[in-house]
Ligand binder design. Structure first.
Ligand code: IPE
Ligand code: IPE
Ligand code: MG
Length: 246
């Protein structure tokens, strides 16, 4: 049975407008099958395709996926190379699929540290999909929230030193405007797969009031039905934002 699109308005019991996912468990998926970790990452890329399509069908306006953290550089060099190779492949091979899904792709994270050809492919993919309006797909690559917050702080300090702003004028809105997610709504729902229950330096500022859903499914097995389940769980929650609720 086709699923009705989610309502556009995040009233109580509706939404979410923005779903963020920590895609975890590729290595364990491969290990359980006696396969090299890269096989898990490959299947993880297939799951990205499924979930982007599923999120579009469910009417989710913004989807943000954590693909590679600033800490993931500490993995063995061959695994990092495999992940960068898959990223290259994804950026080149998924443009058609993204277009078909009406997806606007943005890559969130530090460009420094990424190979020059990947930086070019990112710009190309972002440019080619820029006018798509059905769903915003953000992929976090070389992203770390502490790093992001430090850079925003540094940038604001520089603007104070240059006399452009006063320190007293710094507020939540001006701070947010220096984050890599400037202009995006905060995630309403944060999903982490693979049974781990931690944030691992993802969107620390932006997830202040996100509803957290942890699922045991390993990322390569995750699909539209899992996403729907997480959304059902999200809609059961009462968001209070420090108030006393209904
Ligand atoms: C998620 O899967 C992908 C990345 C973090 C790049 P993992 O590679 O972390 O898989 P596990 O946690 O070892 O199973
Ligand atoms: C978080 O997963 C980062 C991504 C999904 C890209 P990790 O597998 O790196 O997190 P830890 O090491 O278990 O906290
Ligand atoms: Mg992991």
């Amino acid at each position: 049975m086709p699923t009705a699109p989610l309502p556009a308005n995040p009233d109580a019991g509706a939404g979410p407008q923005h779903v963020a996912i920590i895609m975890d468990g590729n290595g364990r998926w491969a290990k359980a099958r006696g396969l090299p970790r890269v096989a898990g990452h490959r299947r993880g890329a297939d799951a990205v395709r499924r979930v982007v399509r599923g999120a579009g069908e469910l009417g989710i306006p913004v989807l943000t996926l954590f693909a590679f953290s600033t800490e993931n550089w500490t993995r063995p060099a061959d695994e990092v190379a495999d992940l960068m190779g898959l990223l290259r492949h994804y950026l080149r091979s998924e443009l058609d699929e993204l277009r078909k899904n009406g997806a606007r792709l943005r890559v969130i994270g530090k460009r420094e540290g990424l190979a020059a050809d990947i930086v070019r492919d990112i710009a190309e993919a972002e440019g080619t999909t820029a006018s798509n309006t059905r769903i915003d797909v953000n992929i976090c690559i070389n992203y770390g929230a502490r790093d992001e917050i430090l850079r925003a702080t540094r940038r604001l300090a520089q603007r104070v030193a240059a006399g452009e702003i006063t320190s007293d004028s710094i507020d939540q809105a001006s701070f947010e405007s220096e984050l890599l997610t400037a202009g995006l709504p905060d995630p309403d729902l944060l999903i982490r797969t693979s049974g781990e229950q931690r944030i691992s330096n993802f969107l620390l500022w932006q997830c202040a009031y996100s509803e957290l859903v942890f699922v045991d499914t390993l990322w390569p097995d995750f699909g539209k039905d899992h996403l729907e389940h997480a959304i059902v769980e999200f809609r059961r929650r009462e968001r209070r934002y420090g108030g006393i609720g209904k």
